[in-house]
Design a protein around this ligand. Sequence first.
Ligand code: IFM
Length: 749
Amino acid sequence: MWKVIEKGLTKDRIELNGSKFLLANGYMGYRGTLEEHTDKELAACVLSGLYDRFEDKWREPVNAPNGFYTKVYCDGVPLFAPNQNMINHVQSLDIRTGVFERSTTFAINGKKVTLNSQRFLSADDVHLMCLRYSVTAYEDCYLKIETGIDGEIWDINGPHLKNFVYKTDNKTLSLGANTIELNVPVYVSANIITDSELITEYTSSKILAIIDIPLKSGQTYQFDKMVSVYTGLDTNNPLTDSLTGCCKDNYNDALIRHKTRWEERWKTSDVVIDGDKRAQLALRYSIYHLMCIAPHHSDRVSIPARGLSGQVYKGAVFWDTEMFMLRFFILTQPEVAKNLIRYRINTLNGARRKAAEYGYKGAFFAWESQDTGDDACTLFNITDVFTNRPMRTYFRDKQVHISADVAFGIWEYYLLTGDKDVIINGGAETILECARFFLSYAYYKPYKHRYEILDVTGPDEYHERVNNNAFTNKMVEYTLKATRNALKLMWNNAPDDYDKLIHKLGCADELAIIDEFCDKLYIPQADKNGIIEQFDSYHSLEDVSLKKLKEKILNPNEYLGGGNGLATTTKILKQADVVLMLTLFSDEYSEKIKKANFDFYEPRTEHGSSLSSCIYSILASDIGDSQWGYEYFLKTAEIDLNGSSKQYVGDLYIGGTHPAANGGAWMATILGFGGVRLKESEVCISPRLPESWNSLSFCIKWKNSDFRIEITKNLVSIAASCENKANGQFNIKGSIKNCSAGDKIACHY
Ligand code: IFM
């Protein structure tokens, strides 16, 4: 259950396959197109963390020139899949090792030839991409192979590269260019490993090595191509470094090193489901995506909403990372989680600038965050499909919950890892700045003796500018409590740093007010039926059924929110909102309340966001409805396998991979079906496996200690690593078990 295979190829599959067969290593992502494909087929090598703005278009990540570009002519006829000469095609992605393969057979004037390729983006050296390419002839024929670096690249809001320069020496080719906005150099060098003679050719956008070779029937010609990518953000000498990078290794050795890294990752991150092959593949596929786009190498970048599958959503980092992906990394690869946290700390000044821009104090994090933390989100983010006019959306200025999501991520990282260093070095400051932002944003209503948070947009983006969104208020409360605790931790562990911080921010007087704010913040409560109103006056909106609402849709891409959206005046929500709150703060709400809200909001949720289903899955499991839980899990886990997601909103292309759903699939499994709740002092496990699952096994790292957990229908077994420093306290459906280094415990439930 480790291979994703697709047989045959039609034009309409190319775009989806680009995402489905993505290779990535955190530094760059290479779409699952074929070597002969170009910008027209959306071939792209997306660079993480390098952004560019062309004229007044949206700023977005830069795509590097395509170093895998290779095209073969057989007796003068180009081999291009899919076309009328293609008689067989299969492509696969080995998610255990991050290796892509294709095999395509063509018939040219009655002569058969097969192209095979294998490629990977090294997990060991993130600048390196490797291709092994071969052609087999079944009749005598004459081949011309052009392989090189293609500078004609797919851009959504480009072009982003100018001043192309070419360089060649014997078996290496280099193509360099500079970004438009900041003039950052980008270099791609390729080392073509072959005994054949190469003739170099330039076109206006490509540098090519040409290999002319006659093949006898049954003969195979093979070459390897080692490609290295460096930019001016990585080094002062991107040309030299990319040239050295592409020459230092051979394909086989690089592959061994790459596979070793993947093996290490799976060791801590694999989840084994016994009894359900479909779920197993979908879950592993989700985990593969999380691991391949994660910044293992840097704390200057995070994970964009569409990963490294393209420039969609401006390559920006949303709340998706903290709320949907971070927990996977905290519990399986905390060093990556730390990079994700440090990215927010490193972009704190951008968040301060945004708060100041709106007249607030502290840190208002970007709804769409890029390299500096300044907000890439525009005020008119969607175009109305009917009028073709830009539509005012309030994502940028009113989704204030983003600052609470960031604070939540930082504090949860600390609670589950015990890593005080992050809190002392920037974490506490960031959380405190978020609290100061909320204090300046909130209103104190003296006649109600409470603080309220007015004029916000919650996760349900169909209802903008509402008051007291329950999720937002609850998250703000968490931020304020985390502020107290983070400052206490700093005071106890690094009093000098604490003093310096309070002095630097000049906020000594605000600390007591933050405490009062926390105690007097209004948190919407359940009514007599157990329902928590999503925001003030939500209940007075029209209660139309989702079916009826959908019948009114005139254009499949029309936006249901905004000023005139069909959902705006109704109770139909875009994505989990109150339900998300109930999963995050599960312990604080009774089963009755959870059930009442699930039953109330579920039929009213359109799931217009890929972030929605996983949350419903978790809550469904929590309230014991494994059927709902399973359906929503599959919807989430298979989203990038079957390409079933929305591709357009208005005229905005939103295709690509869905890392938040990938993280959501993991959460739905571990938190939902596994019933795992991680706290600072103990790990609680209340399993509710889906019917067909015999067992679920996985590892978690909790407070720097490793535990292997296996859950069957009636037994939870836990094995602690012999190297563990901390003892684990496990609460298995109320039965408390301690698990020290080397222990193996089992508990019936
Ligand atoms: O962050 C999400 C948001 O909640 C819904 N629209 C898409 C964004 C990026 O995934």
